[in-house]
Design a protein around this ligand. Structure first.
Ligand code: NI
Length: 181
């Protein structure tokens, strides 16, 4: 396994269209393992493949965020499809590994369903609520190129741009390792 470089806003990579995974093969499994190691390294709650420069429609979510134990293996979602988003919502601050040190209030559905392929290429469906549902919506946003930045108002957007434009890779990693996602 190896650590991957996390793509940071405003990299144009984060706005590139993503692609369906045609086959869950050895290369995909290796990518997912590297994503897990990368996410663990910075204590993130979730990570989409596009955030490590791969356009595959894949994201992972930390087990703790999904209601499991911190030490459990992260959940893997390949070619995920969202459905049954509840009209009941709440608003909470969200972070993102591509926006080190930035937190934005985002309105999200409290409940949803998600169908995807697992690491063996088998289809499955999960019902999620609260923080797990929020994490899924955040990661799914990455696959349709929607970013935390898009949820911010004009003044906050200026602040984000200013903050991230002058941030070095080293500073970014320090912030992520301290605060996580
Ligand atoms: Ni994110």
């Amino acid at each position: 396994m190896s650590l991957l470089k996390i793509v940071r806003f405003p990299s144009p990579v984060l706005r590139q269209p993503t692609q369906e995974v045609k086959a869950v093969d050895r290369d995909i499994r290796r990518l997912v393992e590297d994503m897990m190691e990368t996410m663990c390294d910075v204590n993130g709650a979730g990570l989409a493949a596009i955030q490590v420069g791969s356009l595959h429609r894949i994201f992972i979510i930390e087990a703790l965020a999904a209601g499991g134990e911190k030490t459990d293996v992260p959940l893997v979602f390949i070619n995920p499809v969202l459905s049954n988003l509840s009209t009941e919502t709440d608003v909470r601050d969200e972070g993102c590994l591509s926006f080190p040190g930035v937190f934005i209030s985002v309105k999200r559905s409290l409940k949803l369903q998600l169908s995807a392929l697992d690491i063996d290429g088998k289809p499955f469906t999960v019902d999620a609520e609260n923080f797990f549902a929020r994490a899924i919506q955040h990661e799914h946003d990455h696959l349709v190129n929607k970013l935390l930045y898009d949820h911010a108002g004009p003044i906050k957007r200026q602040m984000i741009k200013r903050k991230l434009d002058k941030m070095t890779d080293e500073e970014a990693m320090d912030i992520l390792r301290t605060y996580g996602d």
